[in-house]
Design a protein around this ligand. Structure first.
Ligand code: TYC
Length: 115
């Protein structure tokens, strides 16, 4: 017959009255929301209204009616928020609008700012 090796519990391993036994503690860390960025479109005296309407339809998924209304707001007030996006999406949209305006030789300006 074989002798079974038994684990020896040393004094140092034995739980004492102040040890955490059977307690699971969780550190709750608040989940941070990623920052959002407003994309703004600015008025100028030269970009044709229809071009701005087209930009809003093409890059911001607006209907013709929505785009026309927002274009008029920018025309009257000087600036308007086109949408709110993650940094990467906002950056892409600004780039697309600026590139499209430049290619058509219109001075239309589009910027982003942290919300
Ligand atoms: N003010 C321009 C015009 O009278 C039209 C315009 C509207 C230009 C909105 C830019 O973001 C703009 N032709």
């Amino acid at each position: 017959m074989k002798l079974q090796a038994r684990p020896t519990i040393l004094a140092a391993d034995k739980p004492g009255p102040n040890d955490d036994v059977g307690l699971v503690t969780k550190t709750r860390s608040r989940t941070q929301r990623p920052p959002l960025y407003k994309v703004l479109i600015l008025n100028d005296d030269y970009t044709p209204m229809e071009f701005v309407v087209h930009v809003l339809e093409r890059f911001f998924g607006m209907t013709h009616a929505q785009a026309f209304e927002l274009m008029l707001t920018v025309h009257k007030k000087g600036v308007a928020v086109v949408g709110v996006f993650s940094f990467e999406v906002a950056e892409t949209k600004v780039g697309q609008v600026m590139d499209f305006a430049r290619r058509h030789q219109h001075p239309l300006q589009c910027t982003m700012e942290k919300e």
